[in-house]
Design a binder for this molecule. Structure first.
Ligand SMILES: NC(=O)c1ccc[n+]([C@@H]2O[C@H](COP(=O)([O-])OP(=O)(O)OC[C@H]3O[C@@H](n4cnc5c(N)ncnc54)[C@H](O)[C@@H]3O)[C@@H](O)[C@H]2O)c1
Length: 458
């Protein structure tokens, strides 16, 4: 066992003591207390140093030091190093150099969606614990692989669906559900907002320092595109590209809004069903999606502009007649309706008669802890999510956003994407994880990896 790993595990006793205290934030001993000593700080390797990595490392910096950064864009890695590591981290263009290091046990993957599965699997096989951003995968079959490797290696993998760690909003909503205050759930609506379209984005010169071929990685080879759209106000909204940040509007690298925000709100819907003891695997999915380009055989025909669905409405059937609607409207949040009442929960609000009723009939003291896998819920949101991951890594426990429950819900988002791209309803066998009676749709559970970027299974 290397020295860093020994130090990391040696703090377990303190962690277990803290786990016994109630969930609330005033827990007398927090993870931050435990990692205050210099020697207890965790050496973290970062893969992908873009916008969300900044927010994540800000949230985790009480406990971790970024000692290595991999990015295919040299200027991003350099800027991140200065900002978050005082220029002291080692910088690589190939993330595999980080995975080879024996002094790094914890990896954060914050690359675009098409670059999640490969580093996550290879990190687990290299003996690392991983915090990977949502959505965990680009396809359903990638999820099967990640789950298998996680089971085989026993590594701790947290997915960045930080809504699971919001004490007074989503987590509390889940406690209300789990305590039976809504009764059997009959219908859930997940409103996740619409996605933008774009004009034609011209082929452009690849910016200095960006390794475009490696950014594409497993995705199909194509030209780099960039447009500074003069029609639009505000620098951020003006810039259209098939690269940084905007990759989420290209089906080649993302599932569009369905996985970008679906990974947050569909997650709450499926979590609620599971906590309420209801079957959380769907049987069928249908609906409509409007794309800004023509799709033929599930593939975009025009290749020069954003192509993910700009508006959509999906209905998902579950055994027992429960329905989930995934909508593009802007009332961003989740409405959960049961036989005894309904609640609405979003990032700013938790409301409904069952919430009002808590004044006279509060939740039992351990209600949040039960939902939160009996781990302390320290801090808030993203910081709480990181605390949960790091504590689970120390104590070798399953984190709150484990890959298995994450994929249960991400399968729903991916299925909606396939149904939308093909323009037809699908039947789903949740045990076999196959689309029934539609070979073309079933073939879309996987995508080919570009030569040279296959996953290295060792
Ligand atoms: N949890 C949340 O609320 C939340 C919020 C925003 C984004 N995200 C997720 O985080 C991920 C990143 O999003 P972003 O907005 O930060 O994107 P971004 O484009 O700003 O950053 C991604 C970075 O990864 C780098 N990269 C690409 N391929 C790489 C490779 N092979 N090795 C190393 N670096 C590589 C890019 O150069 C870029 O710097 C996405 O999956 C997104 O869905 C989650």
């Amino acid at each position: 066992m290397n020295e860093s790993r020994r130090r990391f595990l040696s703090t377990c006793t303190g962690g277990l003591a803290a786990a016994a205290v109630p969930y609330f934030m005033s827990a007398p001993r927090t993870l931050a207390d435990e990692t205050r000593a210099k020697n207890d700080r965790i050496a973290l390797g970062l893969i992908g140093s873009g916008s969300i990595a900044n927010a994540n490392i800000d949230s985790a910096k009480a406990w971790i030091d970024v000692v290595a950064i991999a990015d295919v864009d040299a200027s991003r890695a350099a800027g991140f190093n200065e900002k978050h590591a005082g220029g002291k981290a080692d910088v690589y263009d190939d993330y595999r150099r980080i995975l080879e290091r024996t002094d790094i046990d914890v990896i954060h993957v914050a690359t675009p969606d098409h670059w999640h599965t490969k580093p996550v699997v290879e990190a687990m096989l290299a003996g690392k614990d991983v915090y990977c951003e949502k959505p965990l995968t680009l396809t359903i079959d990638e999820g099967k692989l990640i789950r298998r490797v996680q089971r085989e290696t026993g590594r701790i993998v947290q997915v960045g669906t930080q809504q699971r760690s919001t004490f007074d909003l989503f987590t509390k909503a889940m406690a209300i559900v789990a305590e039976g205050r809504l009764g059997r759930i009959t219908q859930i609506q997940a409103a996740i907002g619409s996605a933008p379209s774009s004009p034609s984005i011209p082929v452009a010169e690849v910016p200095r320092g960006l390794d475009w071929d490696r950014w594409l990685g497993p995705a199909p080879a194509c030209d780099y595109r960039f447009l500074d759209d003069p029609e639009v106000e505000g620098k951020k909204d003006r810039e259209k590209t098939n690269c940084h940040h905007e990759f989420r509007w290209w089906y080649e690298y993302s599932g569009g809004k369905l996985t970008d925000w679906g990974a947050h709100h569909v997650d709450i819907a499926i979590w609620a069903l599971a906590l309420n003891g209801q079957v959380a695997g769907p049987t069928a999915i249908g609906g409509t999606a409007v794309h800004p380009v023509t799709f033929r055989n599930g593939e975009p025909v025009e290749k020069d502009r954003y192509n993910t669905a700009t508006s959509f409405f999906f209905n998902v059937d579950f055994p027992g007649g429960t329905k989930l609607f995934i909508r593009d409207d802007s009332a961003n949040g989740v409405l959960i309706e049961g036989e005894k009442g309904r609640i609405f929960v979003s990032r700013g609000k938790l409301a409904g008669a069952p919430v009002d009723a808590l004044k006279d009939d509060p939740l039992p003291e351990d209600a949040i802890a039960k939902v939160y896998k009996n781990m302390p819920l320290e801090h808030r949101e993203r910081k709480a999510h990181w605390a949960n991951f790091l504590r689970c890594a120390k104590e070798r426990k399953e984190p709150i956003s484990d890959v298995h429950s994450h994929m249960k819900m991400l399968n729903v988002c991916h299925l909606a994407g396939i149904a939308g791209r093909l323009g037809r309803s699908l039947r789903w066998d949740d045990d076999a994880e196959r689309i029934v009676g539609d070979d073309q749709a079933d073939a879309m559970l996987a995508r080919p990896y570009r030569k040279g970027y296959e996953i290295e299974l060792g």
